[in-house]
Design a protein around this ligand. Structure first.
Ligand SMILES: Nc1ncnc2c1ncn2[C@@H]1O[C@H](COP(=O)(O)OP(=O)(O)OP(=O)(O)O)[C@@H](O)[C@H]1O
Ligand SMILES: [Mg+2]
Length: 250
């Protein structure tokens, strides 16, 4: 994809003798949302961490036209590649405001204030809790804070690791609606890990299916939202190869 913001070639991750990712070729369009789907242990988090530079990886990662394969995680973060971990990992004893401040650590005072206003406008739930300890908020509010903290750094590519994990369906819908609005307004690119096919279909314009560290299928957003997509997704989970259909509109 020539207009890709991010692309990988032969991206691979191993932990000792365990190969978690066997050479993935992925790309995320500018202002696009792609999803990675797959069962537990498929290698989804490892893929995001490899892109963020948080685990050693083989293969090539290109971001905004540059080969960043040798960049460490901090350099990638400062270039705008921001990983939002599974299970949120906010700092529970710090207040909501302090957690947001951590995300804006490298920003100037003025940028920080502007971004904070934007985050609080997107997530009024956390705006009213600014001075309470983050750990006392509900799971959904903590997820909003985790996304808000990532936005404070001025990201260009959000790597969202299961933002719906442990949330009630109603809250998941709310978090995803906000994500869709943020993505529209900020022209952000995102690579999203999800176990829920319908949730991924709400946001993504492209999806890959993973199984045992391999990409086993690929869908466009339209294909994800079309009839029969779930069945084809299921066979991708089960290991059958599902080729992406050629698309007239692109
Ligand atoms: N730090 C680690 N050390 C050793 N093995 C690991 C490590 N992290 C992950 N693995 C293994 O690598 C494989 C892929 O793990 P990964 O966390 O990428 O999967 P996942 O698709 O994100 O799963 P889940 O949906 O459960 O989060 C698994 O077999 C896992 O046990
Ligand atoms: Mg994971």
């Amino acid at each position: 994809m020539s207009d890709a913001l991010l692309s990988t070639r032969g991206l691979s991750v191993r932990y000792g003798a365990t190969v978690a990712l066997h050479g993935a070729d992925l790309s995320v369009a500018r202002a696009g949302v792609s999803a990675l789907l797959g069962a537990n242990g498929a290698g989804k988090s490892s893929t995001l961490k490899a892109i963020a530079g948080l685990v050693p990886a083989g293969g090539v990662v290109r971001f905004d036209g540059q080969d960043i394969s040798r960049w460490d995680n901090r350099r990638r973060y400062r270039a705008g590649i921001v990983y939002v971990p599974e299970g949120r990992e906010i700092v529970p004893d710090l207040s909501v405001a302090e957690n947001l401040l951590l995300g804006g650590y490298f920003a100037s005072g003025r940028e920080r204030a502007t971004r904070r206003d934007m985050v609080l406008a997107f997530f009024p739930e956390i705006a009213s809790r600014l001075h309470s300890p983050a750990g006392l908020m509900s799971g959904g509010e903590q997820q909003m804070l985790a996304i808000g903290r990532a936005l404070m750094s001025g990201p260009r590519l959000l790597l969202l690791d299961e933002p719906s994990l442990g949330l009630a369906p109603q809250l998941v819908v709310r978090v995803f609606e906000r994500l869709a609005a943020i993505q529209r307004e900020q022209s952000l690119s995102a690579l999203l890990v999800e176990q829920s096919f319908p949730m991924a279909a709400r946001l993504a314009d492209h999806a890959w299916f993973m199984r045992h560290g391999e990409i086993t299928g690929e869908f466009t957003g339209d294909e994800m939202r079309s009839g029969g997509a779930r069945e084809r997704a299921t066979s991708a989970y089960l290991g059958a190869h599902v080729p992406a259909e050629a698309h007239a509109t692109d």
